[in-house]
Design a protein around this ligand. Sequence first.
Ligand code: C2E
Ligand code: MG
Ligand code: MG
Length: 472
Amino acid sequence: MKWGLLALNFFTVNAIVGLSAAVLLRRLDDAVQHAQQAQLVLKQQAELDHLTGLPNRRVLMQQTREALDAAQVGADRSALMFIDLDNFKDINDNHGHLAGDRMLKQVAQRMAAQVTAPSLVTRTGGDEFVVLQRGLAPSPREATGQAQFLAERLRGAMMQPFDVTGGTHQAHISIGVTLLGQPGQTPDDVLREADTALYRAKAQGRNRVVFFEPSMQTELRERLQLETDLQAAVALGQLGVAVQSQVNAQGRVVGAEMLMRWVHPQQGAIPPGQFIPVAEETGLIVPMGEWMLEQACQLALQLEARGSDIPLSVNISARQFRHAGFEARLLSILEANGVEPRRLVLEVTESLLIADLEATVASMNRLASLGFEFSVDDFGTGYSSLAYLKRLPLHELKIDRSFVDGLPGDANDAALVTLILSMSTSLKLRVVAEGVETREQAAFLQAHQCHAMQGFLYSRPLSPTDWLNTLG
Ligand code: C2E
Ligand code: MG
Ligand code: MG
């Protein structure tokens, strides 16, 4: 009865729409195919990163689990690499998200070209990529070598400039690597280890490959603690200031640098070399830098009250300078304190100048036209490109301590310092030598017309009160 009805229906429908059985069957077949395709698309959507077309985190996790199982029974060894684009944020901030997206697509293509199946490149979010390298040698030593080789190739693949909207861009990557197959290692362990190694790669100056070592775990914990403690220090007003004189050939104080200090409640004084990078990475440098500008204004007022207008140098981190609203905050802090811009020298680093020359030039020009002076800190340690020196409203270069150290004996240091000094004369830039510790260094610098010297030979960094007292 049912079949009869169905048959009747079939023929009725067939008759009504005027289609043959063959056509109907084909349609049915199409529908099934469409459903299968739709299912495939859905699966792909769940497993692919939409922007780059690379597999996503879900695939990575599943394959990492498989690779780990294989490694633990000794069948096959794998390595996992956490990869992060150095300074990707700058591209997004300075060229917009479209440019950022274009960059990520190109990075994805270049990485994919280096990795062959069954190894896998995935994008796990933002500018984070993860490579799972399969089929490595069973011996950890050999496997490490193979992983190092691929990681270096990936790094090398980024060396050519990228083509992003509004021009080309240079990018580097940092890579943290860990090997799979330690007893008891879980997929989460693997990811954490690679991430820890990546963190170390960035801390060591980026654009490098670092392998995970167990000792890094402790270090990571300590760093997270430092971050929390620094946050508290900023909130509780535990930061301090030291001031160090800059002295001319006649021994007169012609300037001074404001240096940040932090005395940790348990660990005692923590050097800025340790806490400033943490502050930069977490963004805490923004409020810390504003606080420092406030301190500089107050000291400038105290100087003014004594009839002195010695300019005060303040270190400005790239992250702080680039932060939206930096110019406005700087001006409002000065205005609120009634301090003129010409009383401050803003010390910036070469990396800031290079990273995004156009925007930096514009911002520096605006500030310089208001009376601020700019100094290039640690000159000689970065790119030291002469091209930008001419384009920027610079007032001063600070020769890095590492070059002053070898004076006058080290022929390379002597040649470099002499070169910087003669170049500065023709560019009409003032030069301050940092880290002057001996009379011999001072004599060499003076003989080559260095304008000012800063270092322990003249004065250690002092509390603002002690420093004011040295002025007599
Ligand atoms: P910098 O700006 O190059 O500061 C000069 C550093 O050299 C200071 O180290 C100073 O104490 C040290 N120094 C001066 N004379 C001598 C010397 O004769 N011999 C030796 N061995 N060292 C000397 P400090 O205070 O530890 O600061 C380290 C770095 O931390 C600074 O280097 C600067 O980059 C950063 N920093 C300090 N305060 C701030 C701040 O308020 N904001 C930012 N963004 N960075 C800061
Ligand atoms: Mg400085
Ligand atoms: Mg310096």
